[in-house]
Write a protein that binds this ligand. Structure first.
Ligand code: ATP
Length: 403
């Protein structure tokens, strides 16, 4: 009987117990003899902007599976120049192990978008797939439907029916950044490694040393917002800094705009409206008449007039953080998304949204706008023209990418 070999690729930034759970459940379901863990290459500019190095990710993977002889950690993708496609990885191991039965292991988020992978049909010809649900929103039924549709194209897709283990590297990085302790989701040797190498939190602290400069703004939001909303504002500021680091935007501007985005939200509505009417950035009739939307343009006026903020990017990011607009700057997109993925958010699809946000700003914006528009339509709310323009822009960008 031929050997059954599993390939398990990922960013592993950091590797967590959800990864280990997936590996174990997949190995059990398909009776794997050997598993190869393959950390992905990360473009050098992302490492420079504060992400963990390849060497550290490789080492953490080794530590996380050190107790299992049947697991090997491979630097195949990291060693290769250029973009790493799973297709090339599967091809490499197919050639290295010509006689074995090959499987590629993945979480539900990957299976559900598998048809977008480069040469996914060829991957399916070379290897079977073993997939596990990552949470309630990716139901086993949905995965089985996807498996069937892929199976119809001659693939072998196994959906493992087991309880999901809901954790992600993003949530772990967020927890470190917010000063909470995510150790219970990590192998203890990985925790020791992170601490001894000063990964995640210390790097970020260094990157955001400017936070000290803005203690007055933090005091301000504490004094004019409820405790919960003030904490949300800090979380949005932290999430915005991380997105800014990732996408080459100024983290300091992101921090300020994130911190102040809701500064007017608890002012009396008539005071908010007064400010809205003074806003020099376009305000649609819809926004002039929808009280839940007042606080964003009101905030833009307030931070300029009362706090003396002159930076147009920061003002526009606060202005458009609820409705978006057709020519939204990168900073404005970051604040819009940080508001949706901050550590305190717990709506149904928040994990998906967090993942989109670290994958691509454009993709995340499109998904966020789709969600927001269908929600508004469902509630029969009027939709500001700028939101439609914003949606159209991201649809167009997404279409251009596909072509
Ligand atoms: P991030 O939050 O940074 O996107 P991640 O937690 O999704 O990271 P990756 O390294 O991107 O981790 O994931 C590698 C593979 O492991 C992917 O196929 C992913 O779907 C899967 N995976 C990650 N976490 C889990 C989990 N908790 N349960 C099942 N599969 C998971």
């Amino acid at each position: 009987m031929s050997m059954k070999l599993g390939l398990f690729g990922g960013t592993f930034d950091p590797i967590h117990l959800g990864h280990r759970y997936l590996a174990e459940k997949a190995a059990e379901a398909a009776g794997l003899d050997k598993l190869i863990v393959i950390p992905a290459k990360i473009p050098p500019h992302k490492i420079a902007s504060g992400l963990v190095s390849e060497q550290d990710r490789l080492e953490m993977c080794r530590l996380a599976f050190a107790d299992l002889d049947c697991v090997e950690v491979s630097d195949f993708e990291m060693k290769n120049e250029g973009k790493s496609y799973s297709y090339n990885t599967v091809l490499h191991f197919r050639e290295l192990y010509p006689d074995c039965e090959l499987y590629f292991i993945m979480g539900s988020d990957q299976l559900l978008t598998f048809e977008k992978w480069y040469r996914y049909e060829d991957i399916l010809h070379m290897a079977g797939i073993i997939a596990l649900s990552r949470g309630e929103e990716d139901s086993v039924a949905e995965l089985e439907a996807k498996a069937a549709s892929l199976g119809a194209e001659d693939g072998r897709v196994i959906v493992v029916k087991t309880e999901p283990f809901e954790i992600s590297s993003t949530a772990i990085r967020d927890a470190f950044a917010n000063g909470s302790d995510p150790s219970c989701y990590l192998d203890k040797n990985v925790v020791e490694y992170i601490v001894s190498r000063g990964l995640y939190a210390p790097a970020r602290e260094e990157a955001v040393s400017f936070k000290k400069k803005y203690s007055a703004y933090r005091e301000l939001i504490k004094s004019c917002l409820s405790k919960k909303r003030a904490q949300h504002s800090v979380n949005v500021a932290n999430a915005a800094v991380r997105l800014a680091e990732r996408y080459g935007e100024d983290p300091e501007k992101a921090y300020v705009a994130g911190l102040l985005h809701d500064v007017c939200k608890e002012l009396p509505p008539e005071r908010q409206k007064e400010l809205v009417l003074r806003c020099r950035l376009d305000i649609s009739e819809v926004e002039k008449n929808a009280q839940p939307l007042f606080h964003a343009p009101a905030g833009a006026v307030y931070i300029e007039e009362e706090l003396g903020i002159k930076d147009e990017d920061v003002i526009a990011a606060v202005r458009y953080h609820t409705v978006g607009c057709g020519d939204m700057s990168k900073l404005a997109q970051i604040i819009y998304l940080a508001d949706l993925i901050s550590a305190d958010r717990d709506y149904k699809d928040v994990r998906k949204m967090r993942r989109y946000a670290v994958q691509s700003l454009e993709k995340a914006m499109l998904e966020a706008l789709k969600f927001s528009l269908s929600d508004s339509v469902g509630k029969e709310n009027s939709i500001p023209v700028c939101t439609l323009e914003c949606y159209n822009r991201f649809v167009m960008l997404s279409k251009m990418k596909e072509d």
